[in-house]
Ligand binder design. Structure first.
Ligand code: GLU
Length: 448
């Protein structure tokens, strides 16, 4: 662990004391605090105003009961969360995660990351996150609908176009957003498109939103490679996961002439030296909603290894796009040894602190998630703009805006790292640049 300056260590200890047993939240806070030492030296007024202490404390946290009936008629009870972390730059903004691992510590880590990620997009959006410990795996369409409806019956009190704008995350895609928005519309009797993003294209959604997180992380990787005098064309890549982020990462990589030879899910890894067949992967994951092993059963030449470790596959560029802490120090060492030169995090906090250290020490271009995966929420910001002006943009225009935002984030993060004496350190650059945008707004508002 990097040691913290005395004041930052005190802040960190207080975060642990007030938020016991929330390991992922502590990890996310620590990573940001480890970057802030040089900022405090330059900006002592931030210490005086206790901006860091304030940023670490969510503005509001809501926990609620979500009762629903399954297809057998049995009553089920889940727990719902919405953490409204910071509204200095705009309404709270961030996705909803439905996954059995969800508890307050996961939502808080995600909400904390979201503050800085959203700030980096340059768009007027604050940071928040929500979700439930509901497990969508194996649920029927009707069960998903009843759960989403019950969830929104409670959530609607806390969200709104000017207040808090949820979207998807793991376990929440277009189908769930439809059910959530439908219930919100019914309860409020208003067609308030801007209350949620990731909507369908026929009812207020934005083109490119589905593809945005994956496309954005590829655009970010392309910028990092440019700095190294390289390009994606011809590169061998691996993409962990096989959900929304992974699928559209693979799509953009293939469009740009790179080859993706492995992807995965929480049960195992698929290897396909010929390059992942995207249409088949989409059929298996998006249409049939089944496990990635089904891909290997149908694709000649592909292999499936239950419990395999995707990070042992030699590649030049890696895209961790599954979930938090999926890539540890040993995995990072294996990637470095096998010649990996760049990593772009499509998931939120997929690399452990050990893993990050290994990449930085080896001078791998390491695109930290809050910068590299900001394309999803950035395009949600573009969806909000279209909703506010009652407009729909073309695919080309929206993708061009996304690409420009990713380039701007890359430049800001790169230049901030240089300015603060750590050239090439995208972790430090992202944390400082995101933090300063939020902190300056908070200073302007006084003690609120
Ligand atoms: N869940 C995504 C993220 O982690 C997107 C959130 C949004 O579009 O609001 O950034």
């Amino acid at each position: 662990m990097v040691s913290l300056d005395e004041r930052l260590e005190a802040v960190f200890q207080e975060v642990i004391r007030r938020n016991p047993a929330e390991a992922e939240f502590h990890q996310a806070v620590r990573e940001v605090l480890e970057s802030l030492g040089p900022v405090l030296a330059k900006r002592p007024e931030l210490v005086e105003c206790k901006v860091i202490e304030r940023i670490c404390e969510p503005e509001r946290q809501v926990i609620f009961r979500v009762p629903w009936q399954d297809d057998t008629g049995e009553i089920q009870v889940n727990r719902g969360f919405r953490v409204q972390f910071n509204s200095a730059l705009g309404p709270y903004k961030g996705g909803l995660r439905f996954h059995p691992s969800v508890y307050l510590g996961i939502i808080k880590f995600l909400g904390f990351e979201q503050i800085f990620k959203n700030a980096l997009t340059g768009l007027p959006i604050g940071g928040g996150k929500g979700g439930s410990d509901f497990d969508p795996k194996g649920k029927s369409d009707n069960e998903i609908m009843r759960f989403c409806q019950s969830f929104m019956v409670e959530l609607h009190r806390y969200v709104g176009e000017y207040q808090d704008v949820p979207a998807g995350d793991i376990g929440v895609g277009g189908r769930e957003i439809g059910y959530l928005f439908g219930m919100y519309k019914r309860i409020t009797n208003q067609y308030e498109s801007g209350v949620i993003t990731g909507k369908g294209l026929g009812w207020g959604g934005s083109r490119v939103r589905t593809e945005a997180t994956g496309y954005g992380s590829v655009f970010f990787a392309a910028e990092m490679l440019k700095v190294l005098g390289q390009e994606l064309e011809g590169k061998t890549c691996i993409v962990s996961g096989s959900g929304n982020v992974a699928i559209y990462t693979i799509q953009k990589l293939e469009q740009l002439g790179a080859k993706v030879i492995a992807c995965s899910d929480s049960d195992g890894v698929v290897y396909d030296d010929a390059g992942i067949d995207l249409e088949l992967l989409k059929q298996v994951k998006e249409v049939e909603r089944t496990r990635v092993s089904a891909y290997a059963e149908r694709k000649k030449g592909a292999r499936y290894v239950p419990d395999g470790n995707i990070w042992e596959v030699p590649c030049q560029v890696a895209f961790p796009s599954a979930t938090q802490n999926e890539l540890n120090g040993k995995d990072a060492a294996a990637l470095v040894k096998n010649g990996c030169i760049a990593v772009a995090e499509g998931a939120n906090m997929p690399t452990t602190p050990d893993g990050i250290r290994a990449f930085l020490e080896a001078r791998v271009a390491f695109g930290v998630g809050k910068a590299a995966n900001a394309g999803g929420v950035a395009t949600s910001g573009l969806e909000m703009q279209q909703n506010a002006s009652r407009d729909y943009w073309t695919f080309e225009h929206t993708e061009a805006r996304l690409q420009q935002i990713m380039r701007d984030i890359h430049r800001t993060v790169y230049e901030t790292a240089e300015e603060y004496g750590a050239p090439g350190n995208y972790v430090l650059g992202a944390n400082i640049a995101g933090f300063l945008r939020v902190a300056d707004a908070m200073l302007a508002f006084g003690v609120v």
